[in-house]
Design a protein around this ligand. Sequence first.
Ligand code: ADE
Length: 225
Amino acid sequence: MAKVKFTIITLFQDALAPYLSTSMMWKATKNNIAEFSFVDLRDFGLGPHKSVDDTPYGGGDGMLLRCEPVFAAIEKIKQDDPTAKVILPTPAGQIWCQSLIRQFAEKIESQEENHFIILCPHYEGYDERILTLVDYQVSLGHFVLTGGELPALIIIDSIVRLLPGVLGGESSAIIESFSEGNTIEYPQYTKPADFRGMKVPEVLLSGHHGKIKEWRESHQRPSQS
Ligand code: ADE
């Protein structure tokens, strides 16, 4: 079975670890489908303060991630696995959408790629030369976050849920429909059939598969993707 490894370079491992050891990500780890590890960028920092950032040449606000710690961290990881690919979350990247996620999942399933290093920048940005290390620049959307940790979790979660054996109960058809980016959804209900006077449409209680299918088709709505 295909297995994927994510090595996350971050200054804030504590912000990431709980999510990756909970629910479906925990299940993926337990079932040997995904493996998560952390590299503390601070370990590669410079000087007595283990500094990882500095001010931009030419002036300007804020601090930039320096080259030396990032190159050292990635080179160390690549010593053990030269095939690992580097993902950089950045607002300047390619928009992370379901069809792109599917491409990543397919590469993992075909074992073309099975190890991703996610570099989580912080501060106002990074030294441009860091991009020479990067295979994929991805953006979560047209907004700016304070760092790469939340994008890293979203990137991981959205890939791992597509790997066989993670969403055990869900049919591959459902997974597939979400992967095309133009998903159609219909309203869904669970028990009770009457909640405070809000009733589940009768047809869904009927057990009549043909009519249910028809109702669902006529109540499709475009997803936000
Ligand atoms: N880092 C800061 N903002 C981001 C965004 N929108 N997507 C990915 N990485 C980011």
